[in-house]
Ligand binder design. Structure first.
Ligand SMILES: O=C(O)C(=O)C[C@]1(C(=O)O)C=C[C@@H](O)C=C1
Length: 118
């Protein structure tokens, strides 16, 4: 256990028939759950992006700035609390919010520059 490995290809281990193949097969089963969860997260992110795109269209039409850091502070505080409730590292929830809000703002900037060039 003490040798520091850089990578273990679990698929190879599962087929090896060696002493670690049962653990490797259990990892593979859990990976199916990970894939299902990741697909759901991507679907929800796409839905979120469609909603923020609509916000961006309204902001561009009204001449509002893409960013609203007051709103983002409230979102971060709420998500950090929620993460705590679920036993998730609040830093991870905050990193998620930055990721999606930054993407939304880039989209809003594009929409604003399109509106300005008309
Ligand atoms: O709620 C807004 O005003 C948005 O533009 C959406 C959003 C977000 O992605 O949640 C993005 C940018 C703002 O700074 C705040 C929030």
């Amino acid at each position: 256990m003490s040798d520091a490995k850089m990578e273990t290809v679990i698929d190879d281990q599962a087929q090896s028939g060696g002493p670690q193949s049962q653990a490797a097969r259990q990892v593979e089963e859990l990976r199916a759950d990970v894939d299902t969860i990741d697909a759901a997260i991507v679907a929800m992110m796409a839905e979120r992006f469609r909603v923020t795109h609509r916000i961006g269209l309204l902001k561009a039409q009204a001449g509002f700035a893409s960013a609203d850091m007051h709103r983002e502070s409230a979102q971060i505080a709420a998500l950090r609390d929620k993460a705590d409730d679920y036993g998730l590292d609040p830093d991870l929830a905050e990193a998620y919010l930055h990721l999606v809000a930054d993407a939304a703002k880039r989209d809003h900037e594009r929409l604003a520059s399109q509106a300005n060039s008309r």
